[in-house]
Design a binder for this molecule. Structure first.
Ligand SMILES: [Fe+2]
Ligand SMILES: [Fe+2]
Length: 246
């Protein structure tokens, strides 16, 4: 935030009339504009190099708008809450992966583990967005996932209802961004809107196959093998994405 303030001041100084004198900090109750009257040569040097002996002398009584015009505290808090939901999703899938392992369903376990990894990247995407926006991040406790031991069909039904809840939460975030005319956050969230459509469709497809071929015996074995192949593909896609990002 300090860096942003400095950048703002550099911009203000850039259009300050050259025939006026600059007295930083002379007007504690005044606006930024009132303060930028003229810059001495020494102050110019300090501002440009960032080598101020006492940067706090430039500090002003900061309103939210002044320190962070990019995102409101309310919007940032809502995204922080969504980070928690994404981390919970990761935890939720980790629990299901562990459950599938105990059932000896290696493909299903690998698929849930791939989902766990995906959810972690969602949380980190939001985390990075807030950092880039100079916004505060409020990390809170992550709830434990349900410790149910049920069949594969039920595991995927729970997955679908969980993803639907996440979709509703993402849509609420978009609604809020639009209500604040926060275009950057709205654009950022569009990726998650699309991702949720894909996630729900994938789970729906798996559920359909489980209902068609059965969640036991040969039918289950076939689906478990399919999920192993999908999980491998998801892992490769994730690796490609991260290498492109680097
Ligand atoms: Fe997610
Ligand atoms: Fe998800």
């Amino acid at each position: 935030m300090q860096a942003r303030r400095w950048n703002q001041r550099r911009e203000m100084v850039a259009w300050a009339p050259a025939n006026r004198r600059y007295h930083p900090g002379n007007s504690p109750s005044g606006t930024l504009e009132k303060r930028y009257l003229m810059v001495t040569l020494r102050d110019w040097q300090r501002l440009i190099t960032g080598d101020a002996a006492d940067p706090s002398r430039f500090a002003s009584p900061a309103s939210d708008e002044e320190t962070n015009p990019m995102i409101s505290n309310g919007m940032a808090a809502r995204i922080s809450a969504q980070i928690n939901r994404e981390l919970y999703s990761a935890y939720f899938y980790l629990g299901l992966s562990a459950q599938a392992e105990t059932m000896n369903l290696k493909g299903t376990a690998a698929w849930f583990m791939a989902k766990h990894n995906e959810e972690m990247t969602h949380a980190m995407k939001m985390y990075r967005y807030l950092i880039d926006q100079d916004a505060p991040i409020a990390l809170t406790q992550i709830a434990a996932p349900p410790a149910e031991t049920d069949g594969v069909l039920r595991m995927f039904e729970r997955t679908l209802s969980h993803e639907r809840e996440v979709t509703a939460a993402i849509n609420d975030l978009v609604d809020h961004a639009l209500s604040e005319k926060d275009h950057a956050t709205n654009i950022f969230l569009q990726w998650f809107v699309t991702e949720q459509i894909e996630e729900e469709a994938t789970v729906n497809d798996i559920l359909g196959r489980l209902r068609l071929f059965g969640d036991q015996g040969q039918g289950l074995l076939m689906i478990d093998n399919e999920l192993a192949a999908v999980a491998k593909q998801m892992g490769q896609t994730a690796a490609t994405r991260s290498s492109v990002a680097m």
